[in-house]
Structure formats: structure tokens, C-alpha cells
Design a protein around this ligand. Structure first.
Ligand code: LLP
Length: 415
């Protein structure tokens, strides 16, 4: 069920008309639905059911503290990839015991802080990282619970920039070398080996790559058990895709049932790190048409949101639907929706059949994940505000940046 609906030609989020939000708060603006976030998270929690494990929301998808707080209140855990994301989770009231720490470049300082907070698990991505973690844990007099992120060498069949489970990628430890690294981990001081972790990519629309990866992980787990190294949890990462256009990703429940079935008699807790499948279709980016500029080659509609607000189209040729907030009668044309940034790659959509006039408002759909979190200040553009809708209420969960925010920390020299 979508919480973004069309009613008599106007686009609503829950019970609020998006054109009212645009008029009151201005554009560009990210708008999220509380009900959508909640429903998408609960789909995972309910599918996991009584099986031991945890749903650790991938903070990188959307890290606004209001949203993290809502998820924390629903009982979510969190997958973080930096000290900054850890601070956000803690600020939002997240439980440190429900944090897993992923990422290829953890620093000693980040490790120390995470150990002091007592996080659930480090997803270790390389041997030098494992050695450093042991050293830091010894210095702190604490024990680090770890999973090794293994690279199972499966093709996630997704965009090359968001595919991570192939041998050629920088992520994880080659699965063929994993037993050796587990042996090392088992003998290192202040390291408690708990899990096997993998994340093969993002926006997967088929089950098969997940299940292939799982088959390989289970061979590893069984082999380790024979050697006396007992694994208590599997972390299968994130990656379940969403519908941007006409993709038909598997339902969460089907995904999880297939995984549970494969576990057979093994007593393994299950962890997941979903990001996009919780956040993407819980948010939109509102923008206004500034100018219409039909040329011989293209009809350009220049809008007030740009690649600095949502870089996905420029970076991955990602397609996100673009809808008018109020449907307009009249002739449609094919428009390229381009932003004010001085780059040819600055577009949010191309060849979209729309009836447009200057001043019209549009929504870039499916913008709740990897939208605001990838925004920048390029061209000294303030980052958009973020708004959360709950029923008929609108909350400002992040104010629009102003010029003072933009130059904070900069200094001119005096001579
Ligand atoms: N766990 C790990 C270790 C990850 O690297 C990621 C995403 C996730 C979980 C969450 O994956 P999800 O459920 O969201 O697919 N910026 C790109 C996506 C990059 C994903 C990076 N890692 C985009 O906008 O499509």
C-alpha cells in the first residue's frame, strides 16, 4: 500500500495535500510518510517473527534523527558505517546493543567509541582491520564481538556501482580465504567470533543471488563448525530492491521464508540490514518549475531541485518517477527536468511526458532513500528541508539550510 495517493487530480501524502506543503514550506523539500516508514520496517520485523535475530536499518539510506527515533521506538536495530552514524543513532535514542558496524575503513577512534558503547557486532571487512580491532579492544580492556564480512563472489545483477559481492569489489573477505581468517580471529585476544556477514549489493529484484550467496555462507558455517569455530548468527546485509518504475522485487516475507528454509536444522540467528526497502518509497522530493526552455533538440524544464539534492539520476542513471502535484489539462510534451547546477549531468528525469507551466510543482517519487543523505552544497546551494507527515500533521524534521550554515567553519586570512 502506498501512502502517496492521487485524489481528484492532486497528490497527497497520507492526509495532506503535497501542494499545501510546497506552498507553506517552499521547495526543494523532502517529504516523508511516517506510516510508510513504519509499515516497511514492520514488514521485516513481522517476517522475522519468532526467529532469533534483528532488523538493523541501514542508516546511510536516510539518517534524519526523527526517522531513526521512530525506528528505534519500533524496536529496530541499526547498521552504521561511521562514527557519525553511530552518534546519530545514539542521539535518536537507538540502543547501542542493537548496532552493527559495517564499512571497509573503520578507524581506531571509531572502534574505541563503538566498543565503549557496547555495540552488538563489528562486521569486519579485512585482515588488517581485524588485527587493529583486537589491538584497540585490548587497550580498552573490552571484547569485540565480530562477524567477518565475506565476499561470496555472486553476481547481484544490479547496477555495477551498487554491486558489492563480486570478487572484483573492494568489500569483504574472499570466501575462499575466509576459513583462514576465522582461524586467526579465533586466536586473537579480545575478539569474540560470532557471525558471518555478507552484503552483495543494492536494489536486487530477484531472490536467486541472495540464495546463492546464502548457500555459500552455509558451506562456510558448516566447515567452521567442523573445526570447532561456532557461528551463532548470519547477517545477510541489505539489498532488497524497490519499485521505482516497473520492477517487481520479491516481498519481504517471501525473501525471509526462503532464507529460513535454507537454514534447515541449523540454529542460526538472522540479521538483516535493509535501507532502501524501508526508506525509498516512504519519501518524495518536491520541486518547482522555474522556467520552460524548449529548444530544437530538447524541451528543458528548469526546476529548483538539482543533482546536489538528489544525485541518483546523475550518478547511476537512476529512473525515478516525476509527477505533478496538481494535474494540469492541456497538451503534454516530452520534457527533460534539469536543475540549476552548472553541469550537463544535472538532471532529475529525461523525456517525461508532462503538461507543464512555470510555477508548477512536481514530486520526484521514491526519494526517501539515498536522497537527502547523498545531498551536497555544490554551487553553494543550501540543502533542502525535510518534513515528516503523520496523518494530517506536518513536522519540520530538518530546517532548510541558510547562508550562515553554508559558510560555517570557513575563515578568511587577515593578511
Ligand atoms: N549493508 C551494507 C553493508 C551496505 O553497504 C548497504 C548499502 C546496506 C546494508 C543497505 O542496502 P539497501 O538495503 O539500501 O540496498 N547510493 C546507492 C545505494 C548504495 C548502497 C550502499 N550500501 C543508490 O542510491 O542506489
Amino acid at each position: 500500500m502506498s501512502f502517496f495517493t492521487q485524489r481528484s487530480g492532486e497528490l497527497y501524502v497520507e492526509d495532506v495535500r503535497l501542494s499545501d506543503i510546497a506552498a507553506q514550506y517552499g521547495t526543494p523539500a523532502y517529504v516523508y510518510s511516517r506510516a510508510a516508514f513504519t509499515q516497511h520496517y514492520l514488514a521485516y520485523a513481522q517476517a522475522l517473527g519468532q526467529h532469533p535475530g534483528m532488523i538493523c536499518y541501514a542508516v546511510k539510506a536516510n539518517s534524519n534523527i526523527a526517522l531513526l527515533n521512530l525506528l528505534a521506538r519500533l524496536g529496530a536495530g541499526f547498521d552504521i558505517v561511521s562514527g557519525g552514524e553511530m552518534e546519530r543513532v545514539l542521539t535518536a535514542g537507538g540502543d547501542p546493543k542493537r548496532i552493527v558496524f559495517s564499512g571497509v575503513g573503520k578507524t581506531a577512534a571509531e572502534m574505541a567509541k563503538a566498543l565503549q558503547m557496547g555495540i552488538h557486532c563489528f562486521n569486519v571487512e579485512s585482515e588488517p582491520e581485524l588485527e587493529l580491532l583486537s589491538q584497540v579492544a585490548v587497550e580498552q580492556g573490552l571484547t569485540a564481538r565480530v562477524s567477518l564480512r565475506v565476499n561470496p563472489d555472486v553476481d547481484a545483477k544490479t547496477h555495477p556501482y551498487i554491486s558489492t559481492g563480486l570478487k572484483e569489489n573492494k568489500f569483504g573477505i574472499d570466501i575462499t580465504r575466509a576459513p583462514e581468517v576465522y582461524r586467526r580471529a579465533a586466536e586473537l585476544p579480545n575478539i569474540d567470533v560470532q557471525g558471518v556477514d555478507c552484503h552483495i549489493g543494492s536494489q536486487l529484484t530477484e531472490l536467486e543471488p541472495f540464495l546463492d550467496a546464502l548457500d555459500r555462507l552455509l558451506v562456510l558455517v558448516d566447515g567452521l563448525a567442523d573445526e570447532g569455530i561456532h557461528i551463532s548468527h548470519l547477517d545477510l546485509g541489505g539489498g532488497l530492491g524497490v519499485t521505482y518504475r516497473d520492477e517487481q522485487p520479491p516481498a519481504v516475507a517471501d525473501y525471509m521464508d526462503a532464507i529460513k528454509q535454507k537454514l534447515g536444522e541449523r540454529k542460526l540467528a538472522l540479521m538483516f540490514e535493509p535501507g532502501r526497502s524501508i526508506a525509498a518509497n516512504a519519501g518524495v522530493l518536491l520541486t518547482k518549475v522555474l522556467y520552460l526552455k524548449p529548444t530544437e533538440e530538447h524541451n528543458f524544464a528548469i526546476i529548483d531541485a538539482a543533482m546536489n539534492d538528489n544525485i541518483r539520476p546523475a550518478l547511476y542513471q537512476a529512473w525515478q518517477d516525476i509527477r505533478p502535484l496538481k494535474e494540469r489539462r492541456g497538451a503534454t510534451k516530452r520534457w527533460d527536468l534539469v536543475g540549476p547546477v552548472c553541469e550537463t549531468g544535472d538532471f532529475l528525469g529525461k523525456d517525461r511526458e508532462l503538461a507543464l507551466e512555470p510555477g508548477d510543482h512536481l514530486a520526484v517519487m521514491s526519494a526517501g532513500a539515498y536522497g537527502f543523505t547523498m545531498a551536497s552544497n555544490y554551487n553553494t546551494r543550501p540543502r533542502a528541508c525535510e518534513l515528516l507527515v503523520d496523518g494530517d500533521q506536518v513536522y519540520v524534521i530538518r530546517e532548510r539550510e541558510n547562508f550562515v550554515d553554508l559558510i560555517r567553519g570557513e575563515h578568511v586570512i587577515e593578511h
